[in-house]
Design a protein around this ligand. Structure first.
Ligand code: GDP
Length: 195
């Protein structure tokens, strides 16, 4: 698969705005501030396509990027930011419900968690959504550069256990900052979309 060129195409705040065409959809999710934008930028070799460090939780939208003119990268809104108003949280829930109501449109899921910590309750909810739609997926443990060597194996085990990941779901240590895992994630995505 080609990762260039990549462009932002549109942002959808409700299901009427979801894109539907024949191209495969690679869907990225993760809690606010986990580094989702940084991971997307890293994989695409872009500095600032997906927005990094914008006010957490402010954008409850599904964002679509077209990659290599052939594949959609779908950026789901970040979740779990404490200071988000209740109404906005409800909107997130409804948007996710609508999005996952058409699971056949999800070719591949990229769930990003914080490699330093036990996955949160909402990470668990998101994991369940991906699992229930039956699509293949990868779990990316970001911010891996922040771990001590002695923490690596135990953290991988903790993430795998907390999310009850079946063996066939890869769990990939990643650092958007150091670009650790970039090629592996590209390979995993390429294989998943068969391009
Ligand atoms: P998003 O809210 O999930 O899209 O997160 P961002 O991509 O905006 O990143 C949130 C913060 O985490 C920013 O300050 C990034 O520089 C930082 N960050 C992202 N990825 C990494 C990483 O792999 N390692 C480290 N140390 N920091 C990271």
């Amino acid at each position: 698969m080609r990762f260039e060129p990549s462009e932002f195409v549109k942002s959808a705040g409700a299901k009427s705005g979801f894109l539907r065409d024949d191209r495969p959809c690679v869907v990225f999710s993760g809690k606010s501030n986990v580094g989702k934008s940084s991971v997307i930028n890293c994989v695409l070799g872009r500095k600032n396509l997906a927005r990094v460090g914008s006010t957490p939780g402010k954008t409850t939208n599904v964002n679509y990027f077209l990659v290599g003119n052939a594949v959609w990268f779908v950026d789901l809104p970040g979740y779990g930011y404490a200071r988000v108003p209740h109404a906005e949280r409800e909107r997130w829930g409804k948007l996710m419900e609508d999005f996952f109501a058409e699971p056949e449109r999800i070719t591949f899921g990229v769930q990003i968690v914080d490699g330093r910590h036990k996955p949160t309750e909402l990470d668990g909810v998101m994991n369940e959504l991906f699992a229930s739609c039956g699509c293949p997926r990868v779990v990316v443990a970001n911010k891996w550069d922040k771990l001590k060597k002695s923490e690596m194996e135990p953290n991988l085990a903790l993430i795998r256990e907390t999310l009850a990941l079946p063996e066939e779901i890869p769990l990939l240590p990643f650092s958007a900052e150091k670009r650790t895992g970039k090629q592996e994630l590209r390979d995993i995505i390429s294989e998943a979309v068969s391009l």
